[in-house]
Design a binder for this molecule. Structure first.
Ligand SMILES: C[S@@+](CC[C@H](N)C(=O)[O-])C[C@H]1O[C@@H](n2cnc3c(N)ncnc32)[C@H](O)[C@@H]1O
Length: 192
């Protein structure tokens, strides 16, 4: 445990637990997922479990946080430690889901613990979304889809520009407004 983690009063083994954003991603994924599924940044593994249970699909849950991979395994999901899509084979998945860390965060006020890594999208809010979009096409099988949760706090138009630059078309699958943000789940497919 780091000094900062101790000062923040968090256990080092902290894992993001299901919240409104998780519920929206699960709703979209249960409706849209097909084939072999990867949930990047699986956290507690709850979204992956919803997909596996409600759709009977094979789901891998990956996370940079080893405690998250362990929690996913405790739910019966194949939980692995991975940085974004890095270790996965080309064309390995038909569906990739991601509820990314997306809050814009001042680097001078960033904590050094697992909860910060679950929430912080760096200064722009897009520091994980950008490399994810640049690589996710590689692990998608032909006809594959990506389900990406986007917050208005992250800069919706800027995320759309990254999606387009990565060669995807998008469609909004579910959307909900809260007092401080609007959350959307976008379904991405390779542009024709
Ligand atoms: C907002 S939480 C979402 C958790 C879960 N999917 C849900 O919806 O409840 C983001 C997750 O991404 C994980 N994460 C952060 N950086 C990552 C990276 N580079 N590669 C994989 N996972 C990462 C965090 O550890 C955290 O579990």
């Amino acid at each position: 445990m780091t000094d900062l983690t101790e000062r923040r009063g968090l256990d080092d083994a902290v894992v993001y637990q299901p919240a409104e954003d998780s519920g929206l991603l699960a709703e979209a994924a249960v409706a849209e997922a097909h084939g072999r599924v990867l949930e990047v940044g699986t956290g507690s593994g709850w979204v992956a479990e919803q997909i596996a249970e409600k759709r009977g699909l094979e789901v891998v849950g990956s996370d940079r946080n080893p405690h998250a991979a362990r929690q996913a395994r405790e739910r019966g999901i194949e939980g692995v430690v991975a940085d974004l899509c890095g270790p996965f084979r080309t064309a390995a998945f038909d569906t990739v889901c991601f509820n990314p860390p997306y809050l814009p965060t001042d680097p001078d006020n960033e904590w050094d613990d697992w909860m910060e890594r679950a929430l912080s999208g760096g200064e722009s809010g897009r520091e994980l979304i950008e490399p994810f979009l640049a690589d996710v096409g590689r692990v998608l099988a032909p006809g594959g889809v990506v389900l990406l949760l986007v917050s208005s706090l992250t800069g919706y138009d800027e995320v759309l520009a990254l999606i387009e630059a990565a060669g995807f078309d998008h469609e909004v699958v579910v959307e909900e407004s809260f007092p401080f943000e609007t959350l959307s789940v976008l379904r991405l497919e390779r542009a024709e």
